[in-house]
Design a protein around this ligand. Structure first.
Ligand code: NAD
Length: 244
């Protein structure tokens, strides 16, 4: 199928690589006009240039309110509106409960949770006024499992993202703006490159770690009109790693 996002203006944070890049590529194939936001402008540019319909690279640190506002201003100056926001930018810093420093806790919460909040806050006036729009947040299996291998701030940040998704979905439903999330399990990206994939695959009922495209397909569904009656939902994409 093609054209599921024909001419929709979409902003994907963390679009420079990994899952975000796969989302940008799929969205462009489906006819979207894509803003590729990333803290790393070189990565953002690389993705934007690779799209079937070239996108707009935007340098944006989602953890900074001023940075988010500047990034949104750049997007709307170029495209004039916003139809779809994908809050994909995220970081994973390894730590146990004992060795997690205050700085590590603060940075993970600032990017994963506050960043999602700030981008939603910036998108709300653009969507509410037009009574249309879709927001897709990036949670994680860790939001439910607590993090199989530790990572306490990461799991807490993603549980926050899931809660924020539901609360915002309820708030924006009267304005016909939908808010959903995807919760990936283990996906082969730079974020997980140091993990032992064979060992992890053995714990996944479907027997393999996922690809960025597996997550992108689910994000596309939630962003498109096919999901017009879906809001406040968090969809697992984890090969059965967590079933509920
Ligand atoms: P990745 O590290 O490969 O890519 C993340 C991208 O986000 C990078 O391009 C990076 O530059 C960008 N980024 C980092 N901090 C940023 C900031 N402050 N502002 C803007 N951009 C920033 O990661 P990924 O595996 O593609 O993960 C994407 C999302 O999916 C994250 O939210 C992650 O937590 C989530 N997730 C990933 C997995 C997995 O197994 N890979 C599992 C569950 C959830």
């Amino acid at each position: 199928m093609t054209g599921r996002l024909a001419d929709r203006v979409c902003l994907v944070t963390g679009g420079g690589r990994g899952i975000g890049r796969a989302i940008c590529q799929l969205f462009a194939q489906e006819g979207a006009r894509v803003g590729v936001a990333d803290i790393d402008m070189e990565l953002a540019q690389h993705t934007a240039e690779s799209l079937t319909r070239p996108g707009l690279a935007i340098e944006m640190d989602v953890s900074s309110k001023a940075g988010v506002e500047a990034g949104f201003a750049r997007l709307t100056a170029h495209y004039g509106c916003l139809d779809v926001l994908v809050n994909n930018a995220g970081i994973l810093l390894s730590s146990t409960f004992e060795d997690c420093s205050e700085a590590t806790w603060d940075r993970i919460l600032a990017v994963n949770l506050k960043g999602t909040f700030l981008c939603c806050q910036a998108a709300i006036p653009l969507m509410k006024e037009r009574r249309q729009g879709a927001i897709v947040n990036m949670s994680s299996v860790a939001a439910k499992s607590g993090g199989f291998t530790g990572y306490p701030p990461y799991a807490a940040s993603k549980a926050g993202v899931s809660a924020l998704t539901i609360g915002l979905a309820r708030y924006l439903a009267p304005f016909k703006v939908r808010v959903n999330a995807v919760a990936p399990g283990v996906i082969a990206t730079d974020m997980t490159k140091t993990a032992n994939h064979a060992e992890l695959a053995a714990r996944i009922p479907l027997g393999e770690v996922g690809d960025p495209q597996d997550v992108a397909a689910c994000v596309l569904f939630l962003a498109s009109d096919e999901a017009r009656h879906v809001t406040g939902e968090i969809i697992d994409v984890n090969g059965g790693l967590w079933m509920d």
